[in-house]
Structure formats: C-alpha cells, structure tokens
Design a protein around this ligand. Structure first.
Ligand SMILES: [Zn+2]
Length: 96
C-alpha cells in the first residue's frame, strides 16, 4: 500500500493519494468540495499534519522494504534524532 488517507479540511471527506506525492509544498483539490488543500510540513491543521505524517511513514516503509530486498539484514530501527541546541534560534521562514 503506497497511498495514504487524506481528510478534507473543509467538507471532511476522506480520499486517498500517493504517499510519494504528499510532500512539503504539495497541493491538491478535494474531489468532493473542490477546495485546494495545501500540504506543508509546518501546517497547523490536524488533518494535514496527520496526512503528512502518514505519508512520511509510508515512504519510510517503502524505502525499508526496498533496502530489505537488496540487503539481507534490514536495519532494526532508525537512529534517534539528537536535538542539537544550536538549531533553536533558526528562523522558521515567513508565514504569510
Ligand atoms: Zn472537501
């Protein structure tokens, strides 16, 4: 399964789209009410956040499945990301 479920932020309709497309900056129209949904990593909307998170998970699983086919020993888990204190004051980019 390489598609993820998306819920429209306006009409709440559920539909699916490919995880490979659902990345930061992607936008698509709801098939039900035709509102354009924007998918951004810094989105505050829970439906968008959930879709982005699911898409990331699916892409990761696909990558791991690929890797598993190539190398006999798949990695048990991704290394935990270390929180560096130097990145704290980085500008978030303009939200307009
Ligand atoms: Zn809709």
């Amino acid at each position: 399964m390489n598609s993820v479920q998306i819920q429209c932020t306006r009409c709440k309709a559920m539909f699916r789209d490919r995880a490979g497309r659902l990345q930061d900056g992607y936008s698509r129209q709801c098939p039900c009410c035709e509102v354009v949904l924007f998918f951004a990593e810094d989105s505050q909307h829970p439906f968008i956040k959930r879709a982005m998170r699911n898409a990331r998970k699916v892409r990761k699983e696909l990558r791991e499945a690929e890797a598993g086919r190539l190398s006999a020993a798949p990695e048990p888990q991704a290394a935990p990301r270390s929180r560096s204190s130097t990145g704290r004051t980085r500008a978030q980019g303009r939200a307009e």
